[in-house]
Design a protein. Structure first.
Length: 578
């Protein structure tokens, strides 16, 4: 028994050391977590299918680091990225699958079916998306946030057929093994202590055979001390780490305290924001974000410009309809018809995307949405205001008005995205947007009337007065004339300017009614009027419709000051004989 004891103690210490060392190595090898984890969804296993799948912002930001989306299905697949509220509004009440998040261990995706009655549509090519990617049968997409705010992904085939069959999200995984190195160090120490114990006992054991009882006693005491040291190291193997953790805990606590303070501040701000937004409508919760980022704006403007150029070149209004609407479409349609009969008739100026002088990007989340581009291409003598309107989530932006800047005028839009202003509120200004447009329409109807004093003199209003005066005076013996201008419905939008004033965009329609006097014949001299009316004379009279696209400026301050006509464009849109 005495022979076995000296060998048994070192053997146990070494064996334990080897085991502890192996445990540490295993943590860095066979037991180390994978560098990536993937959460999957197989839609074929669900009880209901849908043409659209939405991956919510929470699922995309649940883990930090790179996020890869993989989509599998039959036929052509589409992945589109947009702001969360834009994606939700585009989807509307169309039946869809909503991927809300992944399980905590990222083993699967949590999804639910959202029923609805709205028909599906193809989301490809929508101006709402900041990115699009397509593939046949499968596609992979490396997601990263395009900017501040919440973003979602929309997955579809053609928007009507069944959507993707398999969806997976792959993210980086935490592969840290904080106990691996301490465990390996501890195992090595135990092995070393076991070896020393064996050496010590072996040496003094031999001395004991020679009858040196004092050395044998010292050897036994030394062995006991080494064994006690080994057992102490084993029993408190984690103590150094714990002490280290405790020593670092004040720093950690400080960090946690700072984080808590920051979190508290953030929560306080968030609460204030929530209280403020709760008093407004839900879409205003993201009112600080532009409806188009710079890349989207450039893309939309480029498509609009190409569409207008195509229609102008062919003098074909049908080519305009994908990207032109409202007053701009009416004016160009009439202009093409006139120029088909009278080639020398003045064409509208080309619209340009280059030489961008300024822009106004709305931050309003409701529809219709309006953005303004101020450009001056090589064919433009002066800067031109282009009004682009998106009527609904599934519509794209269309050019609805153009207006050339008048001589001596300028505009400095406010920096960053601008919230549309209330149209009936003066908001400490001399007049409201609707009030300004009504006054302008009254000025066009009656150039010398009461509204004349509300506006600074401009070349446009002066030309309108001369036009009406000459038309009436040149036909005073043949006809009587009435002039009535009115604001076109839903054409007015207003934004704040950098100097605190208000810029108003709107359209009016001037109706001119000419009634021939008894026995008189009215001769039409304008080629545009003759082309649209289908004749050059009448003994009864005629009617004209002329649209004015205008940009008005209301000076800052509650005291009424003369308003300014910054830009305008006039076009004959209709003429008929009585």
């Amino acid at each position: 028994m005495q022979r076995r004891i000296p060998w048994l103690a070192p053997l146990i210490v070494v064996a334990i050391g080897v085991l502890v060392l192996a445990l540490g190595i295993a943590q860095r090898t066979v037991w180390q977590p994978p560098s990536e984890v993937t959460a999957q969804l197989d839609t074929t296993t669900l009880s209901q299918s849908a043409p659209l799948t939405v991956i919510d912002s929470k699922a995309l930001t649940q883990r930090s680091g790179p996020v890869q989306i993989k989509v599998e299905g039959s036929g052509q697949l589409l992945l589109a990225q947009g702001r969360a509220d834009d994606v939700a509004d585009w989807v509307g009440k169309t039946p869809h699958l909503e991927v809300e998040s992944a399980k905590d261990d990222f083993s699967a995706l949590n999804a639910n079916f959202v029923d609805g009655q709205e028909a599906g549509a193809n989301p490809a090519g929508s101006d709402l998306w900041v990115n699009e990617q397509s593939g046949n049968g499968q596609l992979s997409y490396d997601w990263q946030s395009p900017g501040d705010g919440d973003w979602s992904l929309l997955l579809a085939s053609d928007g009507k057929a069944a959507g993707p069959q398999k969806v997976s999200i792959t993210v980086s995984n935490d592969t840290s093994t904080p106990w691996a190195v301490p465990t390996m160090v501890l195992g090595g120490v135990l092995i070393l202590l076991g070896a020393l114990l064996w050496f010590f006992l072996n040496r003094f054991g031999k001395s004991g055979k020679n009858g040196k009882s004092g050395k044998r006693a010292a050897g036994a005491a030394g062995a006991a001390a080494i064994l006690a040291l080994a057992l102490t190291a084993l029993g408190q193997g984690h103590a150094p780490q714990a002490v280290a953790d405790e020593s670092s805990s004040p720093s950690s606590s400080s960090t946690a305290s700072s984080s808590s303070t920051a979190s508290s501040t953030s929560s306080s701000s968030s609460s204030a924001s929530s209280i403020e937004s709760s008093t407004a409508t839900a879409p205003e919760s993201a009112s600080t974000f532009p409806v188009l980022n710079d890349e989207q704006f450039s893309r939309v403007l480029g498509v609009v410009v190409k569409t207008v150029a195509s229609g102008d070149a062919a003098k074909n209004a049908k080519l305009l309809t994908p990207r032109v609407d409202g007053t701009a479409l009416k004016e160009r349609t009439a202009n093409y018809k006139i120029r088909a009969a009278a080639p020398d008739y003045q064409a509208f100026e080309a619209v340009a995307e280059s030489a961008l002088k300024g822009k106004i990007i709305s931050s309003g989340r409701d529809w219709p949405r309006t953005v303004i581009a101020i450009t001056q291409g090589s064919a433009n003598k002066v800067p031109q205001f282009l009004t682009l309107v998106q009527q609904s989530p599934r519509d794209n932006y269309k050019l609805t008005a153009t207006a050339r800047m008048l001589p001596g005028q300028s505009l400095r839009p406010a920096e960053g995205p601008s919230a549309p202003l209330g149209l009936d509120s003066k908001d400490n200004q001399g007049d409201s947007a609707n009030g300004a447009m009504s006054a302008f329409a009254d000025l066009i109807s009656s150039p010398t009337g009461k509204s004349k004093s509300k506006f600074a003199s401009s070349t446009f209003t002066t030309a309108n007065q001369q036009f009406q005066s000459e038309l009436a005076s040149s036909n005073k013996d043949a006809a009587t004339f009435t002039f009535k201008s009115s604001v076109l419905p839903d054409s007015v939008v207003a934004f704040r300017t950098a100097d605190g004033g208000t810029v108003v965009f709107g359209n009016t329609e001037l109706k001119i009614d000419a009634t021939a006097k008894s026995g008189a014949t009215l001769n039409l001299v304008d080629n545009g009027t003759k082309a649209l009316a289908g004749g050059d004379s009448t003994q009864k009279g005629y009617s004209l419709s002329i649209t004015d696209q205008v940009v008005l400026y209301i000076p800052a301050g509650s005291t009424a000051q003369p308003m300014t006509v910054l830009a305008a464009e006039r076009g004959l849109v209709a003429a008929s004989l009585k």
